[in-house]
Design a protein around this ligand. Structure first.
Ligand code: GLN
Length: 557
């Protein structure tokens, strides 16, 4: 029987950052748990072809998929909630749409027609949204999140395209979910529904009547507010879903389920499905909200004030914390501060240090200094991409007697470029999509912490880099005690370094955070957090013993 894919369109109103991505992911999870095959698409209204060339300050993390696309961070939420690997077809930008349409126009494909936003741009948007329906195994439902906020000029072609799809697919074929804000006005002591009403009338002016409203607010919506929103927005009260601030994003689908949102969707599409089994998910949320212990991990990076730049790392720590029953407190340390004031001041009471990926020289000396500190003090260390490269520079400088070791990324005239440009990057001048991107295999060496963590020899991890450990320095580094724990199958590229005599010191050229899932933490994050918990117990145990000893000596004196 041929299956017709249904569509759920998720729009946002009033303000940005309301959690449309989390709402779309939560709906996806609930439907998947009810046995549906789910596809997710994020549309982004900007003119960049992809976010790969965008500054993380403006756009947050660039999420890299297995197929090597550089995508919006919402794809990270989709992958984490749905536990399924996505790719380039799951992120659609205005830049891509125009690129395609203009290329066709130059080829003469439009046979002399005037090329216009409607119908040509909107047709191409619909074409991409319907791509999965044309595949060999079409999904039961495609959830499409429309980036931006209703009322933005640049979102209009996307909204027009989904309006048309609403008509074409018919009432049982498509559903519109609008995520909106119900703010609390302190001086009035009241929650206000007017912004939601305005946002819904804006949508209606475009021709879209939402079927469901997801209302973000500080506290659960009262019945009277629900009734009022229902009346003004022509949405049944049951379809006004309260999405109050949650202790963890992973609790959001449970809140939706408690308000029967998945039943509402099933009824709308005429699906008769068994209820979802959310036991594993509930246990995970329970563990996040009731941690047994607490540890402190220092993160030393450039964008310490912008947590979205490290979204997947933050989530990977939540997942690993669940495994160890610990809440991982992330202490953001500016690498510039370390450079100026020294590592001791900021890192003396951490249980582990993570240096994330990055580009550019700013802050690198502070990162190298913080690595020296934790390596010498035997504090757990995890370096990711640039973090691994900094660990190699630190080791070369302080253990291999190469004080001017550095990366070719930052200085072209170097005596000891221990990090060098990858051979296939030479001569690359275009920035977009030209790094070593996506999933590549890696072989682990026996007897290493990495092998112990993964429990298998051959792994695959996602990458985003241009530079690598310079093979001319491999021998010198290993002679002095740096271990090559993982390499590409042809052995040319170093993927993992470790310091075996250290309690836990691992640097990886890839981005493990991209493959961590809430119910399946990444092995390296899991083991790093475990090592940090053990170190914390040792450290605080020692301290308690010292305190006792000090107390005893006082009382006896
Ligand atoms: N800038 C470094 C490189 O290109 C590291 C990249 C990263 O950390 N993602 O190799």
């Amino acid at each position: 029987m041929s299956k017709k894919t249904k569509y759920i369109f998720v729009t946002g109103g009033v303000v940005s950052s309301l959690g449309k991505g989390i709402s779309a992911s939560s709906i996806g999870l609930l439907l998947k748990k009810r046995g549906m095959k789910v596809a997710s698409i994020k549309s982004d209204p900007y003119l960049n072809v992809d976010p790969g060339t965008m500054n993380p300050f403006q756009h947050g993390e660039v999420y890299v998929t297995d197929d090597g696309s550089e995508t919006d961070l919402d794809l990270g939420h989709y992958e984490r909630f749905l536990d399924q690997s996505l790719g380039k077809d799951h992120n659609v930008t205005t830049g891509q749409i125009y690129n395609t349409v203009i290329t066709r126009e130059r080829r003469g494909d439009y046979l002399g027609a005037t090329v216009q936003v409607i119908p040509h741009i909107t047709e191409e948007i619909k074409n991409r949204i319907k791509r999965f329906e044309r595949s060999d195994e079409p999904p039961d439902v495609t959830i499409v999140e429309i980036g931006g906020t209703v009322g933005d000029i640049e979102s209009l072609p996307f909204l027009e395209a989904i309006r048309q799809m609403g008509q074409e697919e018919g009432p049982q074929g498509a559903m519109f979910v609008h995520v909106t804000l119900v703010p609390y006005i302190r001086s009035a002591g009241e929650y206000k529904t007017k912004p939601t009403q305005h946002s819904v009338s804006e949508l209606r002016a475009i021709g879209i009547q939402p079927n469901v409203l997801i209302c973000r607010s500080a506290k659960p919506l009262s019945d009277s507010l629900r009734q009022k929103i229902s009346l003004f927005c022509s949405v049944p009260p049951s379809n006004v879903i309260s999405a109050e601030d949650a202790a963890t994003i992973y609790a959001v689908p449970l809140g939706f389920h408690a308000q029967e949102l998945d039943d509402i969707i099933c009824t709308h599409f005429g699906w008769e499905l068994d209820p979802p089994d959310l036991t594993e998910w509930e246990t995970m949320v329970e563990k996040i909200t009731n941690p047994q212990k607490r540890i402190k991990i220092g993160i030393c990076g450039k964008y310490v004030n912008l947590k979205d730049a490290y979204k997947s790392i933050i989530e990977a720590f939540v997942h690993a914390g669940v495994y160890s029953g610990a809440e991982v407190d992330l202490v953001w340390v500016s690498s510039e501060d370390i450079k100026h004031y020294g590592a001791e001041k900021f890192l003396h009471d951490i249980d582990g240090l993570l240096i994330p990926g990055g580009f550019g020289e700013r802050g690198v000396e502070g990162k190298i200094e913080s690595i020296r500190y934790v390596r010498e003090k035997n504090i757990p260390f995890f370096g990711i991409c640039l973090g691994m490269q900094c660990a190699v520079i630190e080791f070369a400088r302080n253990e291999c007697d190469l004080p001017d070791a550095h990366s070719y990324e930052f200085y072209r005239e170097l005596k000891h470029p221990v990090i060098h440009l990858m051979a296939d990057q030479e001569g690359v001048t275009e920035l977009g999509g030209t790094m070593r991107l996506g999933a590549y295999p890696c072989r682990l060496a026996p007897g290493t912490k990495s092998m112990e963590a993964y429990g298998e020899e051959n792994i695959s991890e996602r990458h985003r880099h241009r530079y690598e450990l310079n093979n001319a320095y491999r021998q010198k580094l290993t002679e002095k005690g740096l271990m090559i724990a993982g390499v590409s199958p042809d052995e040319h590229l170093v993927e993992i370094v470790e310091v075996p005599e250290h309690r836990w010191f691992v640097g990886v050229q890839f981005h493990p955070e991209l493959k961590s899932r809430p119910t399946r933490p990444h092995p390296l994050f899991r083991e790093f957090v475990k090592a940090a918990v053990e170190y914390n117990q040792e450290r605080t145990g020692e301290k308690a013993a010292q305190d006792v000893a000090a107390g005893l000596s006082k009382s006896s004196g």
